[in-house]
Write a protein that binds this ligand. Structure first.
Ligand code: PLP
Length: 383
């Protein structure tokens, strides 16, 4: 007694996925190609070039990994660390903690650099930890989706070079939404997701390795403990064997998702990065002003607040879950609840990619106001 598939038309303003751009959805339905067809390999080569632009890097080893953000996170950790090596991880939210757990699974010695959720690390704090522990890899989350905080990156790359440590950066919620400069910041390896500011469905995960990361890959003493995520094997398919033109089968690429990523990146390049970052900032500012009018407050200080994702403090006496369910059931709008230690304390509101638009902000604010009135927090009746 099943009916044909008919998901409700949600406006996705949570921590991701956000609504894909309509052209990206169209690209998903383009005609199928074989994964070694020269026409498909050309699409993948173009995807690499577009990714290099969006990440502001010249790294030739820049690919979309088949899998979601966590797959590329694992790919970085599995390929860049060997058992017993020291892995320093910035833990100021849920995803830093996940990086640490993945490090433990590949038998690295994980050192957690802790900070309260919503705060960021200073250069001095990072220097002190590098001096004390001398790790092989330092991992930071640029845009912590669990807290809404943006880690400043100036100077960290230089510090890592001084200590001969690789710098790994999570850009899942920053790529194409806020400034990311892989080369200028001297980031050695980074990964991302497609379902946030790129406005593509989830399912692929961009990854880039710079020269120092590639050196590490070449000089490994032990085998990468995953076949699927062994980046040397993946490279022989996506980048050509030993950098040459011969491509050999490693896994069947999710062809239509590759089309979608290619189109999403193309749309970002068409708009231009500077304009896209500015759009995210302007719409976030309007949203923050609207929150103030409603008597609501973001968790993170403006200086370090992400524009792609805002954590909003749930006022005392308000049932946060009730508001989430009113927004979903009465307005078809998804916003997220808090993760980990922020569960029950914040709502997470994403204005990402295609959804970073004035009409979305106004719809969201009006729905929030009505929901807050319904739960008794706002007494006036404007709508
Ligand atoms: N890192 C950050 C900052 C994220 O926000 C997410 C997902 O939301 C991930 C990693 C993991 O990505 P995925 O859920 O696509 O596997």
């Amino acid at each position: 007694s099943f009916a044909p598939l008919d998901p409700p038309p949600r406006l996705l303003c949570g921590p991701g996925p956000c609504n894909p751009h309509p052209r990206v959805l169209q690209a998903l339905g383009a005609t199928e190609l074989g994964h070694l067809d020269p026409s498909f390999l050309k699409i993948m080569d173009e995807t690499k070039e577009l990714l290099k632009y969006v990440w502001q890097t010249k790294n030739e080893f820049t690919i979309p990994v088949s899998g979601t953000g966590t797959a590329a996170m694992e790919a970085c950790v599995f390929n860049l660390l060997e058992p017993g090596e020291k892995f320093l991880v910035g833990c100021n939210g849920y995803f830093g903690e996940r990086l640490g757990q993945i490090g433990e699974r590949c038998a690295a010695t994980v050192i957690r650099m802790e900070k309260p959720w919503g705060k960021v690390f200073s250069l001095e704090e990072i220097a002190e930890q590098l001096e004390r522990h001398r790790p092989q890899v330092l991992a930071l989350v640029h845009a912590e989706t669990s807290t809404g905080a943006c880690q400043p990156m100036q100077g960290i790359g230089d510090l890592c070079r001084k200590y001969n440590c690789l710098l790994l950066l999570d850009t899942v919620t920053s790529i194409s939404g806020i400034p990311v400069y892989i080369d200028n910041w001297k980031v050695d390896a980074a990964y991302a997701g497609t379902q946030k500011c790129l406005s593509c469905p989830p399912g692929m995960a961009p990854l880039t390795f710079g020269p120092r990361a590639l050196e590490k890959l070449k000089s490994r003493k032990s085998q990468v403990p995953s076949y699927y995520l062994d980046m040397s094997l993946v490279a022989s398919y996506l980048l050509g064997e030993n950098g040459g033109s011969k491509r050999s089968y490693h896994h069947t690429a999710p062809i239509n998702m590759c089309y979608a990523v290619r189109e999403a990146l193309y749309i970002a390049a068409e708009e231009g990065l500077e304009k896209r970052w500015k759009r995210h900032r302007e719409n976030a500012e309007v949203f923050w002003n609207g929150l103030k009018q409603l008597g609501l407050e973001p968790l993170v200080d403006k200086e370090h607040r992400l524009t792609s994702l805002t954590t909003v403090k749930i006022p005392q006496g308000v049932d946060g879950k009730e508001v989430i369910s009113i927004l979903l059931n009465e307005y078809n709008i998804e916003v997220g609840g808090g993760l980990g230690e922020l569960a029950g304390k914040v709502w997470r509101v994403g204005l990402m990619g295609y959804n970073s638009r004035p009409d979305v902000v106004l719809t969201l604010l009006a729905a929030f106001e009505n929901a807050l009135r319904k739960v008794g927090y706002i007494k006036s009746n404007r709508f």
